[in-house]
Every structure is written in C-alpha cells, then in structure tokens.
Design a protein around this ligand. Structure first.
Ligand SMILES: *Cc1c(COP(=O)(O)O)cnc(C)c1O
Length: 436
C-alpha cells in the first residue's frame, strides 16, 4: 500500500507548480499538510461522500471542505441552483430577491436573528460583529477562548486554535501588540476565569465571542451550564454575547448550537454551510444592535460581493434540502457519525492506543491522548506524531481526514454505512501497522 505514494505523479507536478505561485504552495495554510506530513493530493472533483484526486485516486471525504458540504459534493439541487443563478449573471452589486430568500430561511431556524447582513466569509462575519459590539458598548476589550478560531482578523489571532496551533505560532507576526492586547484569551469551559476577567476589567469588555461547540481545537463540547453561565455573566456586565456558529450553524441542528442549547445570543455569526460551498458568511441578531450598521447607523460595514447571487442560490438550495429532510437528516447524520467515530475509537482501543473521542452530531475528533479533552491545554497533550501517522495511513487507504489533530472531522448526508465500514476497516489496518 505504502508504495502507492509514488503514484500521485499529477498531484506532485501540480504541487511543484503551486510552490512557484503561492507561499507554501497553498491559499490557506492547513492545506499544506505541515501538521501531518505527507504530500497533499490535488482534488479534481467530488461527488457525494467522495473526492477524486488529480491522479484518479478516490477518497472518502471526512472533512467536507472544513464544514460546508453537509449534503455531500455536487448535490444535484445545489448544482442546478448555482447554474440557474449564473445564467442570470454572477454579480450585480445591487439588491436581489435571492438575498431576502436566504435571509428568511436563516431567520426561520434562528428566531433570535431579527436582522442580518451577508458577507463573503466567516472572517468578515466575526470581524464585523465585534466592531458592532464595540460600537454598541463603547468598550474596547473582547474576550475569546483558547483554541477557538474566529477567522484571521488581527484581533482574533490570539490563541486561535487549528492552523495557528498546528504551526506552533502563538498568535501571528504582523499583529500589533496594541491590538492583540485588547483581546483576552481565557481557557474554554472555565466560567470562573470569565468572571475574574470581568472583575479585573470592569466596564471595559465589549463582548465575549466563542465557538459554542469548539471545532477548531478539535471537537470540544461545552460543559453543563457553561453557555448559560456566559449568557448570565455577559448580561450582568453589559457585554454582548457573540456566538460564532460559522462551523456549527445548520450542522448540529437546523438552528445550530443556538437551537440545541437554547442560547440567547446578542449576535450570531454564520458561514460555511450557509453558502452551500460558495463564499458566504453572515452576522445577525438583535435589531437594536444590527440597526447601528450603516446606512441606518454609524457602524460602517460593506462588501462588493456581499449577498452574491450564486452564493445565495447555493445557500437556499442547501437550507431547503436540510429543511425538507429535517425529520430524518439529523438523525441519519447522528447515526452514521456515531458508528464511524465509535468504530474507529474501538479499533484504536483494541490496538492498545490511547484515544479520546469527542463528538456531537456530525462533528468529531479522535484525540490521541487518554483525555479527557475539555479545553485547549488538554487537547494539546495529544500525540501529534501518532495522529500524523494515522492521517497518512488513512489517506493511503483512501480516507481523507482533516490534516491536523486540532480540527474537527465532518460527516455528510451522502455518507452511508458502506463508507462507515470502509473507514473503520481502514483504521483497523492502520492501527494494526502501528503495533506491528
Ligand atoms: C471557519 C471558521 C471561521 C472563519 O471562516 P472563513 O470563511 O474561513 O473566514 C470563523 N469561525 C469559525 C468558528 C470557523 O469555524
């Protein structure tokens, strides 16, 4: 099997070309596989649960474009919606009915979103939400949590999980200390730390932003009462609670973690599934805050491609399919993901490996540590070299996992029991080689 490495000649050729064009050969750092080693295949196409690389090799996709592809690749309704929209032109820079169509679909499952605005990425959504929170409160500081990633805006690249953790850079060069110092990074799942920060910086904290279920440090679940506690403390202290659902929105439930945990957020940020695979994000929430945006209010925020017709069409088609199948699709995702995640964890245990499985619905992580993993420090105890070997072994057996220990894996509705069995058998074979 391992000798097949040498057969990815076309991917290697494309990689060499890319290295002459893009820093590190990529347009987003985690794609370079630095954290796991091995050569990243170039993708030629996807269909359902599968990807094919430039050399014609097939993979079961377990990272779903980092979250968006909940319906699987090239879902016919999404493809048709994009094609239909494209025939009427890709962009106008003027309002279209499609923006209202997608906004109504979002608000139907997020009743706490009274007004929203579309942007083109999750990064833009969180960046804009924080600007709004600072304007709303007249305060400068923000609280985030170690291991949570909210996009690559300057003030948010502080202890920011996944890509940053993976590369071993504490924050990022190029972010002025003055800006980073306005961000307090606290341990996740530790309400006392939040209370202490509000005591120390009384009247200075504009907002608390978090991943309600963390995906960007690997999958980490909120402890009992944690989210409600954050809501209580922020309300008491006059700070906004920003729930970053870019990853979890529409995935954990139709209304994301907000619905699942009954969170009463001030602002919610969305992305990934929202655009059905096209560049799209949104932030929204209480009208009293959102109406502070230009042109109604003094907070500036804009975008040439915001509400792009193709992204709106792909988003509507995706949310329509999720809504049409809502009685079955989340149960199916839960069942297939549980079978796959627990099957691999069981195979690891049988091979004598210390693996901690964290999972909620269709997102999960196998941490190569005895655990538990409830915050970033505990996640960081994982044996990343073992994870790297696992990743390379799985890739050789046709299973594409997220290329970092600190990223959640994702299941799509196109994955069935055949894919579950194939992944579990591949893992059994890889773990078998570990002990051999
Ligand atoms: C992916 C992600 C972002 C950033 O979204 P981009 O579209 O990559 O800019 C922000 N927050 C969370 C929770 C994410 O998972």
């Amino acid at each position: 099997m391992a000798t097949e490495m040498g057969t990815r000649t076309e991917s290697r050729r494309l990689q060499e070309r890319a290295e002459g064009l893009f820093p590190g050969g990529v347009n987003s750092p985690v794609r370079a596989f630095r954290a796991v080693g091995g050569e990243p295949p170039f993708v030629a196409r996807g269909q359902g649960a599968y990807l094919w690389d430039a050399d014609g090799r097939r993979y079961i996709d377990c990272f779903g474009s980092w979250g968006p592809m909940i319906l699987g690749h090239a879902h016919p309704a999404v493809v048709e919606a994009i094609a239909r929209a494209a025939r009427d032109s890709a962009s106008f820079g003027a309002s279209t009915a499609a923006e209202g169509d997608l906004a109504e679909r979002v608000m139907a499952v997020y009743p706490g979103i009274e007004r929203l605005r579309f942007v083109s990425s999750g990064t833009e959504a969180t960046m804009s939400a924080l600007r709004l929170a600072r304007a709303a409160t007249g305060r400068k500081r923000i609280v985030k949590f170690e291991g949570c990633y909210h996009g690559h805006a300057d003030g948010l690249l502080v202890k920011a999980g996944s890509g940053v953790a993976t590369l071993g850079i504490p924050g990022s060069a190029g972010v002025p200390e003055e800006i980073a110092s306005l961000t307090l990074a606290l341990p996740y799942n530790d309400l006392a730390a939040v209370e202490a920060a509000f005591a120390e910086y009384a009247g200075e904290i504009a907002a608390v932003i978090l991943e309600p279920v963390v995906g960007n440090a690997g999958c980490i679940l909120p402890g009992e009462g944690y989210l409600a506690g954050l809501r209580r403390v922020t309300a008491e202290q006059g700070a906004l609670l920003i729930v970053d659902e870019v990853m979890t929105g529409f995935r954990l439930a139709p209304g994301g973690a907000t619905e699942l945990y009954g969170i009463d957020a001030d602002l919610i940020t969305l992305g990934k599934i929202l655009g059905g695979g096209l560049p799209c994000g949104a932030f929204g929430g209480r009208r009293r805050w959102m109406d502070m945006l230009a042109p109604l209010g003094p907070v500036y925020q804009a975008g040439t491609l915001s509400g792009n017709p193709l992204a709106m069409a792909a988003g509507c088609a995706t949310l329509d399919d999720l809504a049409a199948r809502r009685e079955t699709i989340y149960a199916q995702l839960e069942a297939t993901t549980r079978a796959m995640a627990e099957g691999v964890a069981q195979a690891a245990r049988e091979a004598g490996l210390a693996v901690t499985l964290n999972r909620l619905g269709s997102m999960w992580t196998w941490f190569f540590t005895s655990g538990p993993v409830t915050n970033y420090d505990q996640a960081a105890r994982s044996d990343v070299s073992k994870f790297g070997a696992f990743h390379r072994g799985m890739l050789e057996r046709g299973v594409w996992l997220p290329p970092s220990q600190f990223e959640a894996a994702f299941m799509s509705a196109a994955h069935g029991l055949a894919e579950v069995d194939a992944v579990v058998s591949a893992a059994r074979a890889v773990f078998g080689q570990f002990s051999a």
